[in-house]
Design a protein around this ligand. Structure first.
Ligand SMILES: NC(=O)c1ccc[n+]([C@@H]2O[C@H](COP(=O)([O-])OP(=O)(O)OC[C@H]3O[C@@H](n4cnc5c(N)ncnc54)[C@H](O)[C@@H]3O)[C@@H](O)[C@H]2O)c1
Length: 257
């Protein structure tokens, strides 16, 4: 892996925990100054403190236009550049179709799709100044597959997948790549059971369908670090001729049925 990412600046949204925090740690390990951006400022602050170096926390709700503009202004003033944008912040939604209403649907799109676009638009001027800007969107296997009780979440993540391809077409002439990762079952707080009684991968449902019947060929849920290692490639110079692509980081789930 090249170390060309040194002295570069990255923004990772939703980096206060889970996959975003793992990506922030991985980039910082390569010498990147990371803006740990999250609606949960205390968690962002603790991740930035743990990372150290030039990394810094920034509290931002990506659904608030004023706060997103504040993030872009902060990065411009503090670093004068932004080379890498990782749109990772999102919320889970597993509302059964019978209970889904338009207010909930719009809320999920607002965070998971509109939020990513808003941050991208705000950071484009700085990304354009970088000679090798990188946009990495965190989609989901539910952006390329359907599942029960996932209409709002799957619609947003499908939007992220094709937003990525369209951005790649628009931004190639600026030297900016846009790619997406589509994680499968990753063990984070998002994967805890709704009643808080444990982890999704500890349930009989998960063990039987996905482990016993081989629906995850690699026979384990993923870790945030599994996703972060793939993210590192897309944020580095090693991916310089790769744009508009969606990589499933799913232990092989999408390879079977
Ligand atoms: N965990 C999985 O199994 C899985 C699978 C596929 C895709 N993903 C995707 O990976 C990404 C990270 O998920 P995770 O599992 O680490 O989840 P997580 O819930 O642990 O972390 C999400 C982070 O986003 C932040 N966030 C939420 N709303 C925000 C807002 N409006 N503004 C700013 N920050 C906000 C949260 O505070 C949190 O720190 C998400 O895009 C998620 O959809 C996760």
């Amino acid at each position: 892996m090249s170390t060309d990412v040194q002295a570069r600046v990255a923004i990772v949204t939703g980096a206060g925990r889970g996959i975003g925090a793992a990506i922030a740690r991985r980039l910082a390990g390569d010498g990147v100054a990371v803006v740990v951006a999250d609606i949960d400022e205390p968690e962002a602050t603790s991740v930035a403190a743990e990372i150290g170096g030039d990394s810094i926390a920034f509290g931002v709700d990506i659904t608030d236009g004023g706060q997103v503009a504040g993030l872009a202004n902060f990065v411009a003033a503090r670093f004068g550049r932004c080379d890498i944008l990782v749109n990772n912040a999102a919320i889970l939604d597993a509302t059964p179709l019978a209970a889904l209403d338009m207010a909930r649907f719009r809320k999920v799109q607002d965070v998971n799709l509109d939020g990513a676009l808003a941050v991208t638009l705000a950071l484009l001027p700085l990304l354009r100044q970088s000679k090798a800007g990188r946009i990495l969107n965190i989609a989901s296997i539910l952006g390329v597959r359907g599942a029960r009780d996932s209409v709002a979440y799957s619609a947003a993540k499908g939007g992220i997948v094709n937003l990525t391809r369209a951005l790649a077409c628009d931004l190639g002439s600026d030297g900016i790549t846009a790619n997406a990762l589509a994680p499968g079952f990753i063990d984070t707080r998002m994967a805890l059971l709704p009643d808080g009684s444990g982890h999704e991968h500890e349930t009989d449902w998960f063990r039987d369908i996905y482990l016993k019947y081989g629906r995850i060929p690699l026979l384990r849920p993923g870790t945030p670090e599994d996703v972060a290692d793939a993210a590192r490639f897309f944020c580095s110079n090693d991916s310089r001729y790769v744009t508009g692509q969606v990589l499933l980081v799913d232990g092989g789930v999408s390879a079977t049925f």
